[in-house]
Design a binder for this molecule. Structure first.
Ligand SMILES: [Zn+2]
Length: 179
């Protein structure tokens, strides 16, 4: 069981905090589902290669990707295995710190407030998971690639699985939980 822990939620209040909590509930529910696990196991991720041999992105197999996600260790701010610790900040107006999202040295994940308010909880869950995958070290091209290959990178593909499965994975009943 992977647990999501909100360690910091600077700038979130009122209905924005409710919306954030809904997004975290979606993330936790989907990430622990068999549907999600199978999506990853049967997916062929795209990894960038250098022109003359060698990898830009480490070419993990699908089962390695799943294992790294489920172990949930070795990212900044991590407190325990199988735990997704999130340090979030909602930013007002143009802010250069948004550019830090793609880096895995910093534990904070930023969202622009105006953008956040336009997004659904499912889209926010996708966004946060995508950014957390960067903290784990997964990368993608800065710009889209031919044949939409960037969407097949780990952050884009897996982030989208979270959004896509939000309505398909039902909350488990208390009886199932005790198993
Ligand atoms: Zn990204």
């Amino acid at each position: 069981m992977i647990q999501i822990i909100l360690r910091k939620s600077l700038g979130y209040e009122g209905h924005n905090l409710d919306k954030l909590e809904k997004a975290l509930e979606i993330m936790e529910r989907v990430v622990n589902s068999e549907l999600f696990q199978n999506k990853i196991l049967y997916y062929e991720f795209h990894y960038r290669k250098k022109l003359f041999g060698g990898a830009i992105d480490f070419p993990y197999t699908s089962s390695q990707v799943l294992e790294i996600i489920e172990n949930a260790v070795n990212y900044p701010g991590n407190t325990a295995p199988h735990t997704i610790d999130l340090y979030l900040e909602l930013l007002h107006g143009k802010n250069s710190r948004l550019a830090n999202n793609g880096q895995h040295r910093e534990k904070e994940i930023y969202i622009d407030k105006a953008q956040f308010e336009q997004m659904t909880s499912k889209q926010i869950a996708n966004y946060l998971f995508h950014e957390w995958l960067h903290k784990l070290g997964f990368q993608h091209a800065r710009y889209n690639l031919p044949f939409n290959k960037r969407n097949q990178s780990v952050p884009y593909a897996v982030g989208y699985f979270i959004e896509e499965l939000a309505d398909r994975v039902k909350p488990s009943s208390p009886a199932e939980k005790s198993n």
